[in-house]
Design a protein around this ligand. Sequence first.
Ligand SMILES: [Fe+2]
Length: 536
Amino acid sequence: MLKTAGNRLSYIQSKLLKDFGHDVAAFGANLIVYDPQFNLLFNFDGGKFISDYESASAFAKHVLDCVSDRIQTFGKFEQILCANLMAGKRIDAVLVLDCGQAMQADTDKGQIKVSRYMQQILKMFIATFGETHKNQQQMELVSNELSQTYEELMLLYKMSTNMKVTQSDSSYLQMACDNLTELVNVEGIAIFLEKRVNDTKNLVLTAGTGLIAIDHKHSNMHEILLERLLAELRSGCDALLDSEVDAPFKYEWFGRVKNIIAVPLHGKDRIIGMMVATNRLDKTDFDSIDVKLFNSVANECAVFIENESLFRELKELLIGSLKALTSSIDAKDQYTRGHSERVAFVSKWIAERYAQITGEMTAEQTQKIYLAGLLHDIGKIGVPESVLGKQGKLTEAEYEQMKAHPAIGAGILSEIRQMVDVVPGVLCHHEWYNGKGYPRGLGGDDIPLAGKIVMIADSFDAMTSKRTYREALGVEAAIREIEKGLGGQFDPEIGSIFINSDVDKLWEILQGGRIENYSSDNFSEYGTIAIGALLR
Ligand SMILES: [Fe+2]
């Protein structure tokens, strides 16, 4: 006894079969449809006679074994027609069309004529069924291509919207590799960039995903690869493509390379790197679609690198300008030369350690504290030189003028929208933890963190610098003074973080004049905004 199976045909195939079943049933014929596992799918009854199911299933089994869509006829008058419904080479169903007593012809010849007529109808149906499968395949193909194109567009969109010049080139390029791997199933993707190392240009592996097994024996294989890519570009190709699928390899590869693609990263006037991928896993080889996609992604990467390079130059210009400005203030007093840069450096030193210990400070905030340190005394621009450079003790009025410099500095910076976040550190760098500082006499946690940090950095540099009225304190003596001032002049938590840091290393950097190497690294997004302001 056959049972009705779950319908595994597509919606369109089912609909076609149902329509056909209704049509032949209206003619008085019975249609029985089985799936390839011989489960009953449909049974359309013309209502004029009952089919012999046992015979019908035997015919169907016989036809199923033939694996062909040819119509076979059974019965004395060829009144039973059987055929497989095929989708390409796959059998989707087998049908038995029993015309039986539906044939109303009087003569044997006439009955056979009717059978031939039904065969023609069935033949047309089988052709339509096959065509539908082809159309469905075509639709699936187009749909897959559309979906792939959509994914590719999304990747490029993501890459262009994620283009923050403040991130490092390696993190952006890594993002590109990771995302591309999700779209293109390969063994490995890598990006090599031309970088200057010890005054020589080298091709450096900057980002990658998976395994690029080009060659373990030849350390300069990536350079050989670039030369081969350049040769391909010179010959008018958009990429280096090599595999042994259709022909032997064009080039010799020593690793596990089965197929390889390399595309250039075009800089403004030269090639600045390349993107390489090896061993396509879901296809036999890379194709022209891959060439377009890889080139698009490589172009995005190259644009990022060019922008990042411009940004770095602007960033250095900004920091250079600010340093020039503050050093002109420092220069008014021969004893404070280089003071602002050192305070900036020490402030950043403390901020970075505070961030490490508490986890409560972002890299961006660290950079703001660096700027607060650099600009902390910018308000001295509004203090008369006679007061600033006075040898000896200041009068009370002069001291009041001097005490105005944090507020003057804060006033100047608050006029610049992008510098607003630097203001608290500048305004509060003379506030004491015990409330005895100026200009507002804030105490404890009413003092902004940046103010507390710059206060310690400023005091440390002042103590370790020679002044008109005293010799410089040694680093150990300065640290002892800060220790004594914890809870008084200095915030105990920030002061302890500073004291417990590697002050000897800090001192070595300061003494060795190596601040430059540290001061403007990893300048974060804040730098972009600040530079935007500078350009306006
Ligand atoms: Fe100051």
